[in-house]
Design a protein around this ligand. Structure first.
Ligand SMILES: [Mn+2]
Length: 310
């Protein structure tokens, strides 16, 4: 399998983790890497604010974690990251502005990490990049996708584009290695019409409405996940409530709170195995005091600690 080549991030790495841009040499428990460019619906939208998110997330490092010996009080008992081998894999390049090639390399990066038993953590970019990221999981079968999002993302196409930010769950539903889809935090208006709801329901996607989670908590969602499942988490930042995650484009009041996420990650790790994480739709220009970057960075750490420190 061909190892992807990535670009060294500008500024420092995420949390001062060692940087690896030649993935042939990659050895780690988990690798975080940037995938800045989703396929746009209009050509001028290739370079959107979400493209700046990997950089903005790295820039918030000192506020996410002051040192590897510090313990995470959300873990019982409190644990640190010291025994984990975590690497910043750099950013997927955009050669000559070619987003097709960008997607292919993102897909190859996920596939390569999986083949080495390394947990992939991709950071977008808009939700379009979820399409190649999920395709790259094909080295594992019987995967349950856990999508945190305000939006369904079941459009077959928009403006003729089938790999854009409105389609990742539709594309995922067509893949043999995806056998379950749980959509968590769905609410309000998006690009979904009645036919998208019908397609999702007919396929068997479990739609966990934000309204039900607000009333009943996150436990019914955890209960609905399969025992022994292999869970891939795709986290659209707008799935969380804007009071927790204001730095998004498609703001939707009424989303998940911090503890829903922590409990969901814990529930998944207890029920089965978390095989990877994809974070998308962070918008640095809309952030408030780096709150969204700090939150996203710590969610990333919480997920890795649940899976790797058992
Ligand atoms: Mn969304």
């Amino acid at each position: 399998m061909k190892a992807p080549q990535t670009q060294k991030p500008e500024g420092g790495s995420f949390l001062n983790w060692p940087i690896c841009t030649e993935w042939t040499d990659l050895k780690a428990d988990a690798v975080m890497f940037g995938v800045p460019y989703g396929k746009p619906y209009m050509p001028q939208d290739t370079f959107n604010d979400q493209s700046r998110a990997p950089q903005a997330l790295r820039a918030a490092s000192s506020r996410i974690l002051i040192g590897p010996e510090m313990v995470n009080m959300d873990c019982v008992p409190p644990r640190g990251l010291e025994n984990l081998h975590l690497v910043d894999g750099g950013d997927i390049p955009l050669p000559d502005g070619d987003v097709d090639s960008h997607y292919q390399q993102a897909e190859a990066a996920v596939r390569f990490a999986i083949s080495r038993g390394i947990i992939p953590v991709s950071v977008g970019g808009d939700d379009g990049i979820t399409n190649p990221v999920i395709r790259g999981l094909d080295g594992i079968d019987d995967i349950t996708l856990v999508q945190i999002d305000a939006h369904m993302d079941w459009r077959d196409e928009r403006y003729g584009e089938r790999d854009g930010y409105s389609s990742p769950m539709r594309r995922a539903s067509e893949l043999a290695h995806i056998t379950g889809i749980h959509q968590v935090g769905i609410r309000s208006f998006g690009s979904a019409r009645e036919e998208e709801i019908r397609a999702a329901t007919q396929w068997g996607a479990c739609i966990h409405l934000a309204r039900d989670i607000a009333r009943n908590g996150i436990d019914p969602v955890i209960d609905a996940l399969p025992d022994g499942g292999r869970f891939f988490v795709t986290l659209d930042a707008d799935g969380l409530d804007p009071s927790v995650m204001p730095g998004v484009v498609a703001l939707a009041p009424g989303g998940l709170n911090w503890w829903h996420m922590i409990d969901l990650f814990e529930g998944m790790a207890k029920k089965g195995r978390i095989i990877g994480l994809n974070i998308v739709e962070l918008s640095p220009a809309n952030d408030v005091n780096q709150l969204s970057m700090i939150g996203a960075g710590r969610l990333l750490l919480n997920l890795l600690m649940r899976q790797l420190l058992r």
